[in-house]
Ligand binder design. Sequence first.
Ligand code: ADP
Length: 179
Amino acid sequence: MSSSNKGPVIIITGTPGTGKTTHAELLAQESPVPLKHINVGEMVKQKNLYEAFDEEWQSYTVDEDKLLDELEPLASAGGIILDWHTCEIFPERWADLVVVLRCDHTKLWDRLEKRNYPLKKIQENNEAEIMEVVLDEARSSYPQEIVVELQSERTEDLESNIQRIMQWIEAWKEDRDLA
Ligand code: ADP
């Protein structure tokens, strides 16, 4: 999957509001190997990688081919965190670790309300979290052993999750150094 001097590709995914960006920013700061945080939703907007904007749902319909073309060289170079609310579109070969963040749905509701999402978008996301949609997607798209489900409800969770991912990175690095 990787040449020895290439950094890992870490996907951080989960229902909107579970804490992906918060985790990705902190991880990029603290990681023992250089990791560039890619907020995929922002990239889609900034680089016009969408087909349309859906007013009703207040969301972009992504042009998946364009998005994958944009990301391919970054994923090949490695050393990135892909932060997005869906993960199945990323080819299996890209991923070294897939972190799925989870949050109690009442807490998630409050977080999404603060974002001023339309009610039906809050409901849809809330339901998706209860139904474990993103977790199922991750488990069906990547090998079992690289998918990790982590709670993201409190600050303590954030800290322990980052510690855990950093331990994974250290082990990953050691494996490569020995190879
Ligand atoms: P996402 O990128 O998944 O949409 P964000 O990282 O933007 O989520 O987080 C949404 C909100 O929830 C932010 O206000 C953030 O501070 C808060 N939050 C995220 N994770 C945690 C956590 N583990 N503990 C407390 N607050 C959190």
